[in-house]
Design a binder for this molecule. Structure first.
Ligand SMILES: C[S@@+](CC[C@H](N)C(=O)[O-])C[C@H]1O[C@@H](n2cnc3c(N)ncnc32)[C@H](O)[C@@H]1O
Length: 177
């Protein structure tokens, strides 16, 4: 779980959010595909520890935003993949990956509906829009591993809840088909 690398990742994101705030921008905005928001870096790391993510080899974040979840997952898994449509957030993911020197993360700058999700041990989603609009159908058709859903909002309606943890008020729920 590489705590030293985690501290480097945390510092990169702390600095990124400070710079945004100093320019009068929030680390939260619409991307044209729902909204981009994020969960504190330490909460993601602690959730992955509690959910034993190290037991899973492959990880995919659908709508990976600024790449934080993927880079943290890469400390636990052999391969972590993120897909994000927003160009600025995608570029930030690559920049921080390079700064920290993480070899086992891959980012794609496109629509996650164009990617298959079968074969991934963990699929992560912090949804920016209700899942009944299309994402839940894709997951029901293609999921072979587990879905980790982040947040109290926009839960799937037809998947089976297996487990959950609450980290500083943020809910992480594990679903299977
Ligand atoms: C709430 S944010 C979550 C970001 C990241 N997963 C995290 O937890 O820090 C949702 C992200 O999904 C992206 N997104 C939504 N629909 C998408 C799609 N069809 N393809 C790619 N990215 C998408 C949005 O641009 C946004 O950055």
């Amino acid at each position: 779980m590489k705590p030293e690398l985690f501290q480097q990742i945390k510092k990169e994101y702390d600095d990124f959010y400070k710079i945004l705030l100093s320019k009068g921008r929030l680390p939260l905005r619409t991307t044209g595909r729902g909204f981009w928001g994020h969960v504190p870096t330490g909460d993601i790391y602690n959730a992955f520890k509690q959910l034993n993510l190290q037991k899973h080899e492959t990880f995919l974040d659908l709508g990976s935003g600024d790449g934080k979840v993927v880079l943290i997952a890469s400390l636990f898994c052999k391969r972590a993949v993120g897909i994000e449509m927003d160009d600025e957030l995608f570029q930030k993911s690559l920049e921080i990956q390079k700064n920290v020197g993480i070899p086992n993360a891959i980012f794609f700058n496109n629509n996650f509906y164009d990617h298959g999700i079968s074969g991934f041990d963990t699929v992560f989603v912090y949804p920016g829009e209700p899942m009944y609009r299309g994402l839940e159908k894709k997951i029901l058709n293609e999921l072979t591993g587990k879905l980790v859903h982040c947040g109290h909002h926009f839960h799937p309606e037809n998947l089976k809840k297996q487990n959950h943890c609450l980290i500083n008020g943020t809910l992480f729920t594990v679903y299977t088909k």
